[in-house]
Write a protein that binds this ligand. Structure first.
Ligand SMILES: [Zn+2]
Length: 183
């Protein structure tokens, strides 16, 4: 994977997605001196098999785990959008929020999930992952780029063109390579 130097924004559905699906890449980019931030779309409040923990208790635990993991990899910022885990829909609010985060962080490269469910793409089996990836791609082009989209974001969040997008693609052998596209 080769991109120009510039900021990197990882946009994922749940706390732990960035490390599961692109942790090695994130670590390498951080080591190369790239400025990296995460946007985590949901609050992760369904992601536990522990019958003794409630969804309310889980939110701050998973946020803190995500912050610590990001710190270990050299990530500068983590933003939580707070959508309900497992119930993510492609709404105007979500498109607005993600477009705003793209315009705020102004990355050269976005790393996100895979918008497709295939037999061998295990991460794509989670609907939040597919929804996140689909919305991110819609925001990269055209919503974050065009000034007439979401005029309420102006003048605080000026339009931004993202140069590269990487979608993490799970495989049946457990590896999760990134597919890179220039926008
Ligand atoms: Zn996830």
């Amino acid at each position: 994977m080769t991109t120009a130097a510039g900021g990197v924004l990882v946009i994922a559905a749940h706390p732990d997605d960035p490390e599961f699906l692109a942790g090695g890449t994130v670590a390498r980019l951080a080591r190369e001196g790239r400025e990296i931030a995460y946007v985590i779309v949901t609050n992760g409040n369904k992601g536990s098999g522990d019958r003794n923990v409630t969804s309310v208790e889980l939110i701050p635990i998973r946020e803190e785990e995500q912050r610590q993991a990001a710190r270990v990899l050299g990530v500068q910022g983590v933003e939580f959008l707070g959508y309900e885990d497992g119930e993510l829909e492609d709404t105007r609010d979500l498109r607005l929020d993600i477009s705003r985060e793209i315009r705020r962080w102004r990355p050269d490269l976005i790393i996100t999930l895979n918008p497709y469910r295939t037999y061998s793409n295990f991460p794509g089996w989670h609907r939040d992952h597919r929804t996140t990836a689909r919305v991110v791609l819609d925001c990269v082009y055209p919503l974050a780029r065009d000034h007439l989209s979401f005029p309420e974001l102006l003048p605080d969040y000026e339009p931004h063109k993202v140069n590269f997008v990487g979608c993490s693609t799970g495989r049946s052998d457990g590896r999760a390579p990134l597919k890179m596209r220039s926008t």
